[in-house]
Design a protein around this ligand. Sequence first.
Ligand SMILES: Cc1cc2nc3c(=O)[nH]c(=O)nc-3n(C[C@H](O)[C@H](O)[C@H](O)COP(=O)(O)OP(=O)(O)OC[C@H]3O[C@@H](n4cnc5c(N)ncnc54)[C@H](O)[C@@H]3O)c2cc1C
Length: 395
Amino acid sequence: MTWPSSLSAPSLWLARSEPATEADVVVIGAGFVGLACAYWLRRAGREPLILEATAVAQRASGRNGGFLLTGTAEPFPVLSRRIGRAAALGLWHRSLENRELLRRELLDPGLVECDFVPEGSWIAALAQPLQVEELQDTVAVLRDEGFELEWRDQSAVCASGGSRRMGGAIYQAGDGGLDPVRLCSGLADLADVRVRFGVRVVDLETAGDRVRVRWEEGEVVAPIVIVAVNAYTQTLLPSVRGIHPVRGQILSAKRGERILEGIWFVDRGQGYVRQLADGTVVAGGQRKVAEETEVGFQELPTATVQGAIEDMLRELFPRLANRPVHRRWAGTMAFTSDGLPRMEPLPHLPGAWLLAGFNGHGISLGFGAARHTVRCALKRTVQPYLPASELAVEG
Ligand SMILES: Cc1cc2nc3c(=O)[nH]c(=O)nc-3n(C[C@H](O)[C@H](O)[C@H](O)COP(=O)(O)OP(=O)(O)OC[C@H]3O[C@@H](n4cnc5c(N)ncnc54)[C@H](O)[C@@H]3O)c2cc1C
């Protein structure tokens, strides 16, 4: 018997409105970022209530590659030209802070078991003089800023990755790969918070000095509300501009001999690859081959992008290519107009805060960003998370 394709209408009892309730703090969204907010709220002695439309980690947080990277795979000079040097440096510092915090608080003491493998990260250039030079410049600039970046030449990259088509790489020893779903479920267990699943918030409004949060069958009022719905921000807050849903795709190929250590980004971050402890290959990216159509909320893999991921494996990681693919999937990222995450109070709703727009780097930024947001929300002060981008931003 197959599962019915459409579910029937809810009964009177299931649909009955609940009396309005009150909460200390409400967090909307049980992805990694919402759960991280709940964790920091609990650490501050607060009692958050999470409202989640589906279940823990069903959207981007359960569909990503599990790469915990410091900084960005985009070379620093390119990033710097795009958003300005101060914002680019700020992003690297925040990302390092995030990694150290995540490792110190959860991963290294084993408080959250999520198969974290701290074998380091590789940001590799194609064997093209410009790409190699950009990454060497990245190392030079960021070492001066105190980052522990190592340069690996072509032969070292070839010995580890298996191809001379890569011309050199940045290696960062403290990074690694993890299982993002176990990270989220472990965080939810650790934070021990009240979560209401199947609650899709449809409206927020001011209620005296508090915020009223409404869904179809109920509502809750709280003095502090944190909206952590990432790519879905505009569906809930239409007045917030500049956060766009963008599709990312991944495949996994059957386990086999484990020959690739660490997490790998290639070709200015266009593609990424890792091998799990059991030898399973995880590879993704390549949205540049169909950038125009890789947008929106449809979590569906496409032949074009999946084909490009397989081509990347054949060209750059030949020892991992041609293993049978057993899963292909997609997820929705939140890209912002200036490439920086958004963390701000919502001006029309005193007490409500937005934390979203991680541009495909939510694991690499989200835990620290959540701590910062929680601190601001509890103190009711706005502290900039990053220097403003120098880019002129359109809505
Ligand atoms: C294919 C792919 C690969 C990626 N790889 C990496 C990676 O390797 N490393 C990395 O750092 N980042 C990666 N990312 C990005 C990372 O997954 C995200 O930045 C991060 O998961 C964002 O977490 P979040 O909690 O903000 O959002 P989400 O995980 O999207 O969670 C938002 C939650 O809000 C809920 N929600 C939405 N609207 C409502 C509503 N109205 N009411 C109630 N609940 C609502 C949703 O159901 C969802 O559970 C990748 C993303 C994708 C898609």
